[in-house]
Design a protein around this ligand. Structure first.
Ligand SMILES: [Fe+2]
Length: 201
């Protein structure tokens, strides 16, 4: 089966953004992004309300992050939006479950199938607390729109804004809290189980 052109547009946007990014830690993800694999799989779209924050985030986007955000906004109804947590599992608040979502572009479940790298988009509405959690993969968050207070274990919480890069070492506990604005993140994972459900601290 040949890759759908629209998915190819998404992959190209994600790769171009990563390859052009000047941050040294982002560079460590470039080999995985370059050689992610060779299997494409059609993914059934699934919508979640938080996905609409991608569109509203565009209003405040900066030059560096606007093209990728624009591509995600244009494709948001084709993506498979998911959540890692469920009501009743006691891990995150009901408020977070109502207003957060992620969609993989590259990863174990596709659409671009990879056991080497995971990359996609993660969205939170305003006023959401994502409690401290950790996972074996190393992770980079690149903020595309909005802002949030990030807390990496051992460091004081710090406000991060659109354009900022947050690097999280393997197994390092991390938390974030959005304030008045929605937060749109481009994420990269490598190493460890690429679909690991986080452990909470
Ligand atoms: Fe994480």
């Amino acid at each position: 089966m040949s890759i759908e052109l629209q998915d190819l547009e998404l992959l190209t946007a994600v790769r171009d953004f990563t390859f052009a990014h000047p941050h040294p830690m982002v560079s460590t993800f470039k080999p995985g992004m370059r050689n992610w694999g060779d299997e494409w799989r059609a993914v059934e779209p699934q919508h979640l309300p938080a996905a609409e924050h991608v569109e509203s985030g565009l209003r405040h986007a900066r030059a560096l992050t606007r093209p990728l955000l624009q591509t995600f906004a244009a494709h948001r109804h084709r993506l498979r939006w998911e959540q890692s947590y469920r009501a009743g599992d006691g891990l995150v608040s009901e408020a977070m479950l109502e207003d957060y979502a992620f969609a993989d572009i590259i990863g174990l479940h596709g659409p671009f199938v990879s056991d080497r790298i995971r990359s996609g988009i993660l969205v939170f509405g305003p006023g959401i607390d994502y409690p401290s959690h950790h996972h074996a993969a190393e992770e980079i968050y690149i903020l595309l729109a909005g802002n949030a207070d990030f807390e990496l274990h051992g460091e004081a919480p710090a406000r991060r804004r659109a354009g900022d890069v947050v690097y999280v070492d393997p197994n390092r506990p991390h938390a974030l809290a959005t304030r008045k604005k929605a937060l749109v993140i481009f994420y990269l994972w490598q190493g460890g189980d690429l679909r690991q459900k986080s452990d909470f601290d």
